[in-house]
Design a protein around this ligand. Structure first.
Ligand SMILES: [Zn+2]
Length: 424
């Protein structure tokens, strides 16, 4: 298969689609791939390392990577006024699955990997999450810049003028990537993808006040290919799933029971949502089930002979920012990762009409517990300072945003593997 990012027609076509279709119509098209991603990152690293090990290319050092490209965060200030220090060997990844037709990132996950204790946390962010976006970029450096630089008007790197992409733009989180992507307008499509990913990473870095060290970007074709490459995923499908939508080219017919899902069937499983009371939320849980099953299958099935085709397949479909020189470092501990070390959760929110509004307090607790790479908690005054996740002037939305409701819903992958998830 050709890499879809290499064809110009694809992107031109995409742009047309985006102009033509309303946001409402795009909603149904979500391709949820986050499993992929997890997978992606895990498998990509594991596979490459395995290959390299076999071929003898890599020397398995334990050197901590020092060339991380970090999205900007605001230094965290301790109570005594000093600046917090970064923890050792603790990293954040942004993993995204993209809808090919609408160029929306319908699957978004932030993954923390704490190498010191082997713990990994995956937080899914709902695609319909409300955001109010101010976006700026330096077109000379070809990088998105912070809102501070944007308002100042000049790029901190080159001193040139900064372009305003949008201000106060109320939209859904899954379109932030496209906002940046479509602004660069490079003939090289991979540059556009990377620009989109850097913009999305910067959006999370600024609002949550965390570092995003790496990103990975993938599409549904890659998802199917990866599933097929490991010989499908053996798993228990908890209920019959039937849905047809010719407009989306979506035909889902799965029956309850233990079975092997090939790439196509796996796609049906992760895209199904019409049969759930909680629609997209339940789909996120179904995707958790799939991710766990995928990981289990991967651990059981991966062999040296399969390593090479898996690696080449994945590299075709993933645009990522992990330097090859660092892969061995991550893979070394990932190879021995245990399910009990993997925590899965969805970001907490309220549904208010058409908007999903994140819960500020609960979210900050999650960030401090799992994603803060510094030795001091992020204070409220340094969290979502731009209020990107609320409409301040809308008292109803803002009251949802400020709810004190506590967060429940963390799962360990071990628990999901043993007991499943109740999905309704
Ligand atoms: Zn610049």
């Amino acid at each position: 298969m050709d890499n879809i990012f290499e064809t110009e027609e694809f992107y031109n076509q995409n742009k047309k689609h985006n102009k033509r279709r309303s946001a409402r119509k795009q909603e149904g098209k979500g391709l949820r791939i986050f499993l992929i991603i997890l997978i992606c990152i895990l498998s990509l690293l594991i596979v490459l390392v395995t290959v390299a090990k076999v071929v003898g290319v890599l020397d398995f050092g334990t050197e901590v990577p020092d060339n991380i490209k970090t999205s900007t965060y605001q230094p965290i200030v301790r109570e005594d006024g000093t600046i917090a220090e970064r923890k050792q060997e603790n990293y954040n990844f942004l993993v995204v699955g993209q809808d090919l037709r609408a160029n929306l990132t319908d699957v978004m996950m932030i993954i923390n990997y704490d190498v010191t204790d082997g713990n990994m946390t995956l937080m899914q962010l709902p695609r319909d999450t409300l955001v109010v976006l101010d976006a700026y970029a330096c077109m000379n450096c070809k990088v998105p810049v912070t809102t501070a630089e944007g308002r100042n008007g000049s790029c901190n790197t080159c001193g040139g003028s900064v372009k305003t992409l949008c201000t106060g733009y109320r939209r859904k989180l899954n379109s932030v990537y496209h906002q940046y992507y479509s602004s660069l307008n490079s003939d090289n499509n991979e540059e556009n993808v990377r620009f989109g990913m850097e913009g999305l990473a910067l959006t999370f870095a600024q609002s949550l006040n965390i570092n995003i060290d790496y990103y990975a970007h993938m599409d549904l074709a890659g998802f199917r290919a990866i599933v097929d490459t490991i010989g499908g995923v053996d798993m228990y499908v908890p209920y019959d799933m039937h849905y047809e939508d010719p407009y989306q080219d979506l035909y889902i017919h799965l029956y309850q029971g233990q079975q092997n899902l090939n790439g196509e069937k796996a796609e049906q499983f992760v895209r199904f949502r019409s049969g759930y009371i909680r629609a997209d939320i339940s789909r996120q849980d179904a995707q958790k089930l799939f991710m766990v099953a995928f990981l289990q299958n991967f651990k059981e099935k991966i062999t040296v002979t399969k390593a090479v085709p898996i690696a080449s397949t994945m590299l075709k479909y993933v645009t990522h920012s992990v330097p090859v020189s660092d892969l061995d470092y991550y893979a070394k501990t990932l190879l021995s990762m245990d399910f009990s070390n993997v925590t899965m959760l969805s970001a907490p929110f309220s549904e208010t009409g058409g908007d999903l509004v994140l819960h500020r307090h609960a979210l900050r607790d999650i960030i401090n517990a799992h994603y803060n790479l510094y030795d001091t908690d992020i204070p409220d005054s340094q969290f979502d300072t731009e209020r990107i996740f609320t409409v301040v002037n809308d008292s109803y939305i803002n009251s949802k945003y400020l709810t004190e409701e506590e967060f429940e819903g963390e799962h360990s992958a071990e628990d999901i593997k043993e007991n499943g998830l109740e999905i309704y």
